[in-house]
Design a binder for this molecule. Structure first.
Ligand code: ARG
Ligand code: ZN
Length: 879
């Protein structure tokens, strides 16, 4: 069934109060709900039937205003319960039985190991009790949880604890009250044998907030980094947005089985343990940064999501795009802003651009869906964040802050739309963003072709922008976007030219933002004494594909001189892309591969410059990924891409051996002598050290192998150890490979998050026989299809990062993935549907592979009863 945005109607009834009682048992859970309801005065007159949502509920009893209802008093539909209220205000009581112990979909109330926990967003609350499970129905919740005391000493829900007690039969209970009205998707419950790390935070108005992170006892030593991140987030949101926390307690719970990263339930965030637990010995630098970002993201939702929530699920980006933007700002402030931007842009261009070019392409505010879980996408999250970022670029930081202040003030306690957000930005700044809003309604990645004209007589320099956007499903034609293009002009010495647009009295600034709003538009700069070199789309000021005919020498010049750090990296990437595409062509024509040495020389001068930020040097040494090279290909030749990129890496490793060796030795020595710190400076040093090691290993020299083995054996942190392992297992030293994998697994077998890393490095290894290795690993005792992290670590890493093996010409990789999707469809539809994504990209490949991929999609479609999640993705991909 397709749901359309245009069909939105206000709810017929409201729920002012929700009183829940959970009786948790090993073989069933009883849920009693008392709903204090009334007719919604804004939805018309009369008393229409009341239709509640529910799924997999065994109804025990139902009463209306204390009158028990019989079979004739209500109708049970497939996932609805309908009854006729007889007054505008009434109380509805229901009791149901649910089965969390056999809930493998991890949606609603379920068990993760021995603990009970919930995941209600988007529509999981209907698996808990009969309800109006839609975000514009906001209610005050009181929740009582009762369970056996010994196995479940900790009983948590949203808000503040108000009462608790024990019974004679070994059970106990606790009651929680959340004073803030909220939609059901923000409900949470946790029961288990948990330990907690405690701290406190004093808010800007001087209120003391208790902070608690609950984990299973063995993880109690891995919470400090998350706690530090939480305190930084609380402080940052006060300073950057004026947002203060509003309850007396803020809790985070780590669970091992979780479909996504984490969830912002009011006062009780529930996290995938991979997004909370971090310490040097077991988590990489990347994992530490991910924990910091996700803790911040969920915390920031308290305002952008909870205090102001979404009217309906088409507005998901209202909270997600904005909150991703906020967490990115936070991460840039905590670490290197340029490196954060580089990572985000690389991710967006590789994965969101691919989504925008595929059969599931949708706008940031989608028009329709079959299953809302399928729309927690890169487009809604990452492109949504880019759209918010463009608003900030257009309004300036101060204007943006005025807009966000107005938004929070105007809509506190409401469920609103993307239009309301933009309206607040417009009203606070006296601007019109009507055309800009096309970013919310049009899907697809715009293309922006730029050409230049220099007139030496007039000393004027013109840039002409031509924008277009390819058709996407349901959207054959697009209207022009408003594209903010931040740019600067460099003279022959690499100095920035002061920018004066024709018609202006004087020059102002060396970076300016041009708002390109027409299909074709020319901007002319005057007082330009020589032909300049443009630095375009600085900081990636808009999510577009920019085209400008830079020569390789010009790119090398920008790499050295651009004042914008992001664009220095971008110039290096474009140079690498040109060099790699040349190698891909040579490979396809059967010619010997010969690499343009200018790339080696450009990277050499970076490596030799000790004054540059090590993190930037590491980023610039990283060649564009195979996935990105695939995305920018018309037809992706998997084997050629892999061969070309590996050849280039080997050339660089050998060509730059001396400076790489020197940087490696220096940094490894510092690592040896310094205690681990999760700080930007340490991240930078280890990043450079480890990419240097990976390149050096191409030499296949035994002294380098010894260095790698020493780092693997003796490092005091997972970043160094895992990098060494990854370098080793892609090396030709077969014996050492096997030995290292074995020692690692033996050492970390009891830590599931570390074992995930172990599965991933192997799943991503491009050596021949990848599929067989993955199939063998599925039989490993640490692997299970029931844990989403394991599925992602092994099967996900194989299909998304091991392109040569996954796309093997005989189609065995596709068949394997389809088999897993079919199994998971019955177990966990959300995970099954996400795992499918690589097969939906069939249009990118040659016709033989296309046929094989489509064949597997068809096989899934015919495999029996499909969840709405899998059905939507498969059917749209074949349409
Ligand atoms: N709101 C969560 C976040 O912070 C994600 C929840 C996703 N849930 C889902 N069923 N897809 O982004
Ligand atoms: Zn979010």
């Amino acid at each position: 069934k397709v749901i359309h945005l245009k069909d939105y109607q206000a709810p017929e009834y409201l729920i002012d109060e929700t009183h829940l009682t959970f009786e948790l048992y090993e073989d069933r859970t009883l849920v009693h709900a008392q709903l204090v309801m009334r007719r919604n005065p804004a939805a018309g007159s009369g008393l229409p039937p009341l239709e509640l949502h529910g799924q997999d509920l065994e109804l025990v009893s139902l009463s209306l205003n204390d009158r028990e209802l019989g079979l004739g008093d209500y109708q049970l539909g497939e996932s609805t319960l309908t009854l006729q209220p007889d007054s505008a205000e009434f109380t509805l009581d229901s009791s149901v039985v649910i089965r969390p112990e056999s809930n493998t979909a991890l949606e609603g109330l379920y068990k993760s190991g021995s603990m009970f926990c919930t995941q209600c967003e988007a529509e999981g609350f209907r698996k808990i009790t009969w309800y109006l499970d839609r975000p514009d129905v906001m209610s005050k919740f009181t929740t009582t949880v009762s369970a056996e005391q010994h196995a479940y000493p900790i009983l948590l829900s949203n808000g503040n604890p108000i009462a608790s007690g024990s019974e004679d039969d070994g059970r106990h209970w606790a009651t929680w009250e959340d004073p803030f009205k909220k939609p059901a998707y923000l409900f949470a419950l946790v029961a288990g044998d948990l330990w907690c790390v405690e701290d406190s935070f004093t808010t800007m108005s001087g209120r003391e907030v208790a902070l608690r992170i609950y984990v299973e006892p063995e993880n109690i030593d891995k919470c400090q980094h998350a706690m530090d991140s939480l305190k930084k987030s609380m402080k940052w949101d006060e300073e950057a947005y004026g947002r203060e926390y509003d309850l007396d307690i803020f809790m985070i719970v780590a669970v091992n089985d979780f479909n996504m990263g984490a969830m912002e339930n009011k006062g009780l965030n529930i996290f995938n343990s991979s997004a909370v637990l971090a310490r040097a010995e077991t988590a990489t630098d990347a994992a530490h940064q991910r924990v910091e970002a996700i803790v911040a993201h969920e915390y920031f939702h308290n305002w952008s999501g909870n205090r102001v929530t979404c009217r309906d699920w088409f507005q998901l980006s209202l909270k997600e795009g904005f909150t991703v933007f906020r967490d990115a700002q936070f991460s840039s402030d905590m670490n290197s802003a340029t490196v954060k931007r580089i990572e985000d842009v690389a991710y967006l261009r590789t994965h969101q651009f691919a989504e925008d070019a595929g059969p599931m392409a949708h706008s940031v505010r989608p028009e329709s869906f079959i299953e809302i879980s399928n729309f927690y996408t890169l487009t809604v999250y990452e492109k949504g964040a880019e759209v918010v970022r463009m608003i900030q670029t257009l309004l300036g930081a101060e204007g943006f802050r005025k807009g966000s202040d107005l938004y929070f003030e105007r809509h506190d306690g409401q469920a609103v739309t993307v239009d309301d957000f933009v309206k607040a930005m417009e009203d606070a700044n006296g601007v019109d963003l009507a055309q800009f809003k096309r970013w919310y309604s049009q899907s697809g990645t715009p293309r922006l072709v730029v050409s230049e004209q220099y007139d030496p007589q007039a000393q004027s320099y013109s840039l002409t922008f031509r924008q277009s956007c390819p058709p996407t499903p349901g959207q054959p034609n697009k209207e022009p976007f408003v594209i903010p293009v931040a740019l600067g002009l460099l003279d022959a010495n690499g100095a920035e030219i002061a920018l004066r647009l024709q018609g202006e009295d004087a020059a102002s600034g060396t970076t300016r933002v041009l708002a390109v709003s027409e299909a074709e538009q020319t901007f002319t700069f005057v007082d330009v004494p020589e032909r300049p070199l443009p630095s375009l789309l600085r900081g990636f000021s808009a999510p577009v594909k920019l085209e400008f005919p830079y020569s390789r020498d010009q790119l090398m010049f920008l790499m050295q001189h651009d004042s914008d750090g992001f664009n220095r990296w971008e110039a290096g990437q474009q140079l690498s892309v040109q060099v790699l595409q040349e190698l891909i062509g040579q490979y396809q024509r059967g010619e010997p591969l010969v690499m343009d040495e200018r790339l080696t020389e450009a990277l050499r001068s970076l490596l030799q410059n000790e004054t540059l930020d090590a993190a930037m040097v590491a980023e610039m040494l990283s060649l564009p990924s195979e996935a990105y090279l695939t995305e920018i290909s018309e037809v992706a030749d998997v084997d050629a891409i892999h061969a070309a990129r590996e050849f280039a890496r080997r050339e660089l490793g050998n060509g730059l051996f001396e400076p790489l060796y020197q940087r490696y030795m220096t940094n490894r020595e510092v690592s040896r002598q310094t205690a681990y710190e999760a700080s930007a400076e340490h991240f930078a040093r280890r990043a450079l050290q480890n990419i240097a090691l990976a390149y050096l290993m191409f030499s296949e020299r035994s002294d380098i192998l010894s260095l790698c083995l020493d780092q693997f054996d003796n490092a005091d942190n997972m970043t160094e150890r895992l990098s060494a392992l990854a370098s080793l297992i892609n090396s030709p030293f077969e014996e050492k490979r096997a030995k290292a994998l074995e020692t690692f697994a033996e050492h970390f077998k009891d830590n599931p998050l570390v074992m995930d890393q172990w599965f991933s490095v192997q799943a991503a290894s491009p050596l021949p026989g990848g599929l067989e290795r993955v199939q063998a690993l599925m039989l490993h005792p640490a692997f299970t299809l029931k844990n989403p992290n394991k599925v992602r670590a092994l099967i996900g890493a194989f299909a998304n990062q091991n392109l040569v093996n996954f796309h093997r010409a005989d189609g065995s990789g596709y068949r394997f993935l389809a088999d897993q999707v079919i199994t998971l469809n019955a177990l966990n539809p959300q995970i099954a549907s996400r795992l499918l994504a690589p097969l939906t990209r069939w249009r990118k490949y040659d016709s033989a592979r296309q046929a094989l991929m489509k064949g597997e999609l068809e096989r899934i479609l015919a495999s029996g009863e499909l969840s709405s999640d899998v059905y939507e993705v498969v059917s749209k991909s074949l349409a």
